[in-house]
Ligand binder design. Structure first.
Ligand code: G3P
Ligand code: CA
Length: 268
């Protein structure tokens, strides 16, 4: 399964392994990403935080407390200090059913280590998280991707997608490199509605949107698709919801359980 991935068919349904295979393994660790690929995920989802010494690392929270044995902000640790923490044992305690001794003492991976490990055998769906707290995060991300041939001349389009709740962050990236597919994340508080002027704005810089899945309906999905935008809702772990939304025409989804979404996409 470690063969290089071919060009992504932008018209086919994509399975996005949310924090890897985070329903089965400690999120944002190398084993979690390995498992996601093995279970059939098309993309590895990576949330980015920045260390005190400016390194990009994969972690969802801006605090290390939930997913390591340390405490405090990621930004108060250098990469070397952060990598002394145990990023796996918490999972074994909380998910006894999926606990594995190899998860003990796993390290928080840097983005560069993830790319060194998977290279062209994976596709990457990367989120700039808290970009306002990390000035320069977009520039550093594009530099790493470019240095590794994942974007720029010769790179396969769609090898990397970048997502953010921050429109500002996505517009910055679009201004530096208009070829990277960008996804505008949205968190609806109530039932999702969308206007033509909103769609027009998204289309200035984004290829698609990522809404929270519970707030969207058939009508909303059809409107987004008619506008020619992709729609990748987050985070769907329930097979019934997967099938329902695939039936309505979503073009991909985030899931903690990649195998289940692969299965659902075959059954619809
Ligand atoms: O990036 C899509 C989804 O992951 C957004 O929510 O909080 O899990 O990053 P979160
Ligand atoms: Ca995310």
């Amino acid at each position: 399964w470690m063969e290089n991935r071919a060009e992504v068919d932008m018209n086919s349904f994509i399975v996005i392994g949310h924090r890897g295979a985070s329903g089965y393994a400690p999120e944002h660790t190398i084993p979690s990403y390995e498992l996601a690929l093995k279970l059939g995920a098309d993309y590895l989802e990576i949330d980015l935080q920045m260390t005190k010494d400016g390194k990009l690392v994969a972690m969802h929270d801006d605090l290390v407390d939930r997913t390591t044995d340390g405490e405090g902000k990621v930004s108060s640790y250098t990469l070397a200090e952060l990598q002394k923490l145990d990023a796996g044992s918490w999972f074994n305690k909380e998910h006894k059913k999926f606990a594995e001794s190899v998860y003990e003492n796993l390290k928080v991976p840097s983005l560069e280590e993830i790319i060194d490990t998977f290279g062209e055998t994976a596709n990457y769906y990367i989120e700039t998280k808290n970009p306002d707290k990390y000035p320069g995060v977009e520039k550093e991300l594009l530099k790493i991707l470019n240095d590794n041939g994942l974007i720029g001349s010769g790179a396969i389009k769609g090898r990397v997608m970048i997502q953010s709740f921050s429109e500002k962050s996505l517009r910055k990236i679009h201004a530096s490199n208009p070829d990277i597919p960008l996804i505008q994340l949205i968190k609806y508080q109530g039932r999702a509605k969308v206007s033509n002027s909103q769609i027009k704005k998204w289309k200035e810089y984004a290829s698609g949107i990522g809404p929270n899945y519970r707030m969207i309906d058939k009508n909303y999905i059809h409107t987004i698709r008619k506008a020619g935008l992709w729609i990748h809702p987050y985070t769907i772990d329930n097979q019934e919801d997967m099938k329902k939304l695939i039936g309505y025409g979503i073009t991909g989804a985030f899931t903690d359980l990649a195998d289940r979404l692969v299965q659902a996409s075959k059954e619809v």
